[in-house]
Design a protein around this ligand. Structure first.
Ligand SMILES: [Zn+2]
Length: 190
């Protein structure tokens, strides 16, 4: 029976030592990247402070940092192809779960509603800054004027997550059952 010549070529390529080494290097790089992302999500800017410290002060800060209880609220975040390559979501969640408890939350309306008053902010993905027109200047009672899209979403996710941990219901403006509070005055700042 004739052997498929492509099979030989494939065998030689897949089983070659150099190729195996490259594959292992890629695997290690991916793991390193995932660990780096997970620690920066879990420990934030304090993790970056560790890099500038050496010796005893580094050990003390590390001890303090890693002994503080932390919780991560995770919505349906997706990470595209950055300079370090793609970040698989499930693998990142697994890595995060090794560091602290991870609580998945529903992202419904978290980026479109004001975290303070619940009015719908102007959603336009060309701009990162959104404006709540329910502030005193616009005749409303909200203290938020301009806010970054992601900061607002993080505030919503955080509030919801804490309410969830305390056994409270989801805020009215984030509830799937409530009709959204539309403000005709909400606009996007370009
Ligand atoms: Zn508001």
């Amino acid at each position: 029976m004739p052997v498929d010549p492509t099979l030989d070529t494939m065998m030689a390529e897949l089983m070659s030592f150099a190729r195996r080494q490259r594959r292992f290097a890629r695997f290690r790089a991916r793991k390193r990247n995932l660990h780096h992302m997970a620690t920066s999500i879990a420990y934030g800017s304090e993790q970056a402070m560790l890099r500038n410290k050496r010796g005893r002060s580094k050990r003390l800060l590390k001890k303090k940092l890693y002994s503080e209880p932390r919780v991560v609220f995770f919505e349906h975040a997706q990470f595209g192809h950055g300079k370090r390559g793609p970040v698989p979501r499930k693998a990142l969640l697994r890595e995060l779960a090794l560091l602290c408890p991870v609580i998945p939350v529903d992202e419904f309306r978290t980026s479109m509603c004001c975290h303070s008053c619940g009015y719908v902010l102007g959603v336009d993905y060309r701009s990162r800054v959104l404006r709540c027109r329910n502030n005193p200047a616009g005749g409303g009672g909200c203290s938020v004027d301009e806010i970054d899209r992601d900061t607002n979403a993080a505030a919503n996710v955080g509030t919801y997550g804490i309410r969830m941990l305390l056994g409270m219901a989801r805020s009215a403006h984030l509830d799937r059952k409530t009709p959204r509070v539309l403000s005709t005055r909400s606009t996007v700042v370009y």
